[in-house]
Design a protein around this ligand. Structure first.
Ligand SMILES: C[S@@+](CC[C@H](N)C(=O)[O-])C[C@H]1O[C@@H](n2cnc3c(N)ncnc32)[C@H](O)[C@@H]1O
Length: 247
C-alpha cells in the first residue's frame, strides 16, 4: 500500500536555487530529518537498513561544492543527503539518472559509488541529458570528481537509453522534464522503457513528487498500484518531494 512520509516543516524549509551550498538548517536537524525518512523507507520494506557513512557523505558534499559548476539546482541539502544515503544503502551496480541538467542530481546518486564519498564498487552509473551543451557541462563536472569513468554523462534521450540498456537496471532516478506539452509526465514513459530490465528489489526515485504532482498523476498512480510496484513512499520534507518505489 502506498505511503506518505511528511515533515511538519516541509513548506517552510527553503533553499535558494542559486546558492545550493548555503546551510539551510543545523546539520543535526538535517541528519534527523533524513534519518526519519530512511526509517520509514526501511519500515515499508524498501530499504534493507538505514545505515550510511555520514563522514563520507560530507566528503562527497565538499567535493561537489568545490568542483562542480552549478548554475542552479532544486536539490535541497536534505534531498542531496537522502539520494546519497539511498544509493549508499542499496549499492546499485547499474544506475541510470534521467534528465541530469548540470549533473548535481546525478552525482547526488552516483557519489555513493565514485569520488571521495564512495562506499562501494559500482559497474555503470549513467547520467542522461538530452541537451548536448548541458550534458557536456555535467560530464565535465563529473570528471572532476571521478577520474575512473564508472560515472559518466551521455547526451541522449533517456527513453532510448533505458530501452536499449543491455544489463539490469538496479536504480532509476527520474528528473527529466520532457517537452513543454508533456513536462514531467515523461517519467512514466521512461520507467516503462526500463521496467523489463529492473529486477525485484530495484528502486525508482522520482523527483518533484510534490510540486509536479499534477503532471505526474499518471506516473504516481502507476507506481502506487501494487500490480506494478511492490511498495511506494512519497517522501515530503521539502517543496519538491521524492517518490521512492520498489519493484
Ligand atoms: C529541470 S532539469 C532537472 C534539474 C534538477 N532537478 C536539479 O535541480 O538540478 C531537467 C532536465 O531534463 C532534461 N531532459 C528533458 N527531457 C529529457 C529526456 N527525454 N532525456 C534526457 N534528458 C531530458 C532537460 O534538458 C533538463 O536539463
Amino acid at each position: 500500500m502506498a505511503r506518505t512520509h511528511q515533515t511538519s516543516d516541509w513548506q517552510t524549509y527553503k533553499m535558494h536555487y542559486r546558492e545550493p551550498h548555503h546551510a539551510v538548517e543545523p546539520l543535526e536537524k538535517e541528519i534527523a530529518v533524513v534519518d526519519a525518512a530512511l526509517a520509514e523507507l526501511h519500515e515499508a520494506g524498501i530499504l534493507p537498513h538505514t545505515g550510511y557513512d555520514a563522514a563520507r557523505f560530507l566528503a562527497h558534499r565538499k567535493a561537489v561544492a568545490e568542483k562542480f559548476e552549478i548554475p542552479w539546482t532544486a536539490i535541497t541539502p536534505r534531498m542531496q543527503r537522502l539520494l546519497y544515503a539511498i544509493n549508499a544503502i542499496t549499492q546499485p551496480q547499474n544506475m541510470i539518472a534521467a534528465g541530469v541538467f548540470c549533473g548535481n542530481t546525478f552525482i547526488s546518486n552516483a557519489g555513493a559509488g565514485v569520488g571521495p564519498g564512495a562506499c562501494y564498487t559500482a559497474k555503470q552509473l549513467i547520467g542522461v541529458e538530452i541537451k548536448p551543451d548541458e550534458a557536456e557541462r555535467a560530464e565535465r563536472n563529473v570528471r572532476r570528481i571521478d577520474p575512473t569513468g564508472v560515472a559518466r554523462v551521455v547526451a541522449a534521450d533517456a527513453i532510448d537509453v533505458c530501452r536499449d540498456f543491455p544489463e539490469p537496471i538496479h536504480l532509476l532516478y527520474l528528473d527529466a522534464d520532457g517537452t513543454p506539452e508533456l513536462g514531467k509526465g515523461i517519467y512514466l514513459t521512461i520507467l516503462q522503457a526500463a521496467l523489463d530490465k529492473m529486477p525485484p528489489g530495484a528502486l525508482v526515485l522520482a523527483h518533484n513528487s510534490v510540486n509536479c504532482a499534477e503532471r505526474l498523476s499518471r506516473y504516481l498512480a502507476f507506481v502506487r498500484d501494487p500490480e506494478n510496484m511492490r511498495e511506494s513512499v512519497n517522501v515530503i520534507f521539502d517543496g519538491e518531494g521524492l517518490e521512492v518505489s520498489v519493484r
